[in-house]
Design a protein around this ligand. Structure first.
Ligand code: NDP
Ligand code: GDP
Length: 326
C-alpha cells in the first residue's frame, strides 16, 4: 500500500518541492492550507502537481483543525513546514509568529500524540536558532543556540517541543536544522529572490536600482530542491534524530548580488543602493553550517552551487517578467 504524508505549509516553497518529491516516490500526499482570500496554490501549479495532492483547509493556530487533519488523513509521515517564516516580519508580528511558528508545531505534536502516535514527525528547524553564535565559525548539531529574532525564538520552542515529545512520549520526532535554501519558488521578500527579480527587471528596463539592507551579512545558501530530499531521508532512519542541512560554504549578500548581476552581464555596483530602511533590529551576521552528520548518516549532500542557483533563479525571473510585460 502507498505510504501517506501530511504536509503543513504545502503551499510554501519547501512544501511544494517536498510534495513533488514524495509523489515521485509513490506517496499519497495531503496538505493543510490556511484559508486566504486569494488561494496561494501558485507554487503547486508551477510544479504541475496541484491536481495530485489532497488539500485540507486548516490553520496551525487552530488545534481542532490540526487534530481533524491528522484524524482524517491518518498519515505515516507528518512534515511540519507551515510557519510565518520571514524574519523581518517577526518583529512586526511577534505574537502571530509565536502562534503559527512556535505553538503551531505543538498543536501538530499533540494531534499526533493523541490520534496517530505511530506517525513519524519532521519539524522544520532553522539555522536562525544559532543566530548570534558568530564566534562559532562552523555551526553543527552541538552548537549552542542564541536566536536573534522573534522568529528564531519561536522556532527554538518548536525544536525543543519536538525533542521533548520524543523523550516524553516516544514519538518519532526529527528536526532538520536547515540553513537558507532558495529557488525560483522563494518568496519575493527574501533577499535572493528580491535580487534575482530586480536583476530581471533591470535587465529588461523595468527597474532602475535595487535597495538592500545589510549587504555584509553572510549566509550559507543552498537549493530547496536538494534540501527537501534530506527531510524525507531523516524519517527513513531507524532512530529519530536532529541534523544540520547546509552546503558548508558562506557568502556575503554583496557577493551573491555580484553573481546574480554577472549572470546577465551587469555589474551590481551600478545598481545596488544600501538603504537603512532594510536594517533589522538585531542582525545574524554569519551563518555557516557543517553538514558532516547528514553527509555521513543520511548520505545527503548539497548538489547545487550558488552560481548554479542564482543562474536558475535569474533565468526563471527573466521568463516571469517577460510574460508579465507581454
Ligand atoms: P514559506 O514561507 O515559503 O512557506 C510557509 C508555508 O506556511 C506557506 O504554505 C504558508 O501558507 C504556511 N503558513 C503560514 N502560516 C500558517 C498558519 N498559521 N497555518 C498553516 N499554514 C501556515 O517557507 P519555506 O517553504 O521557505 O520554509 C518551510 C519551513 O522551513 C518554514 O517553517 C520555514 O520557517 C522553515 N525554514 C526555511 C528555511 C529556508 O531557507 N527556506 C530555512 C530553515 C527553515 P500561505 O502561503 O498561505 O501563507
Ligand atoms: P534570513 O536569513 O532568513 O533572514 O533570510 P533573508 O533572505 O530574509 O535575509 C538574509 C540576509 O540578507 C539577512 O542578513 C538580511 O539582513 C540581509 N539583507 C540585506 N538586505 C536585505 C533585503 O533587502 N531584504 C532581505 N530579506 N534581507 C536583506
Amino acid at each position: 500500500m502507498a505510504k501517506s504524508a501530511l504536509i503543513t505549509g504545502i503551499s510554501g516553497q519547501d512544501g511544494a518541492y517536498l510534495a513533488k518529491h514524495l509523489l515521485g516516490l509513490g506517496y499519497e500526499v495531503h496538505g493543510i492550507m490556511p484559508r486566504r482570500s486569494t488561494p496561494t496554490t501558485w507554487r503547486l501549479e508551477y510544479l504541475g502537481i496541484l491536481g495530485d495532492v489532497d488539500l485540507i483547509e486548516g490553520d496551525l493556530a487552530d488545534s481542532a483543525a490540526c487534530m481533524g487533519a491528522v484524524m482524517e488523513t491518518r498519515p505515516d509521515e507528518v512534515y511540519n513546514l507551515g510557519a510565518q517564516s520571514f524574519v523581518a516580519t517577526s518583529w512586526r508580528q511577534p505574537l502571530l509568529t509565536a502562534q503559527a511558528t512556535g505553538l503551531g508545531a505543538l498543536n501538530m505534536l499533540e494531534a499526533i500524540r493523541k490520534a496517530r502516535p505511530e506517525a513519524k514527525f519532521y519539524q522544520a528547524s532553522t539555522s536562525e536558532m544559532f543566530g548570534g553564535m558568530k564566534d562559532r565559525p562552523l555551526q553543527d548539531e552541538n552548537t549552542p543556540f542564541h536566536p536573534r529574532s522573534p522568529y528564531g525564538v519561536a522556532k527554538l520552542f518548536a525544536h525543543w517541543s519536538t525533542i521533548n515529545y520524543r523523550e516524553s512520549f516516544g514519538l518519532f520526532g526529527c528536526c532538520g536544522i536547515l540553513f537558507n535554501h532558495e529557488s525560483p519558488l522563494r518568496g519575493i521578500e527574501f533577499v535572493t529572490r528580491k535580487v534575482t527579480d530586480a536583476v530581471a527587471r533591470i535587465k529588461l528596463g523595468r527597474q532602475k536600482d535595487l535597495h538592500l539592507g545589510n549587504i555584509d551579512a553572510k549566509r550559507d545558501w543552498g537549493f530547496a530542491g536538494d534540501y527537501v530530499k534530506a527531510m524525507h531521508m531523516m524519517l527513513q532512519q531507524p532512530e529519530p534524530d536532529c541534523y544540520v542541512v547546509a552546503t558548508g560554504v558562506t557568502t556575503t549578500v554583496r557577493d551573491m548580488c555580484r553573481i546574480a548581476f554577472a549572470h546577465v552581464g551587469l555589474d551590481y555596483r551600478d545598481f545596488v543602493v544600501v538603504d537603512p530602511k532594510f536594517y533589522r533590529p538585531a542582525e545574524v551576521e554569519i551563518l555557516l553550517g557543517n553538514p558532516a552528520k547528514a553527509n555521513a548518516k543520511l548520505g545527503w549532500k548539497a548538489e547545487t552551487t550558488l552560481e548554479e542557483l542564482m543562474g536558475m533563479m535569474v533565468d526563471a525571473d527573466l521568463e516571469r517578467v517577460k510574460r508579465e510585460t507581454r
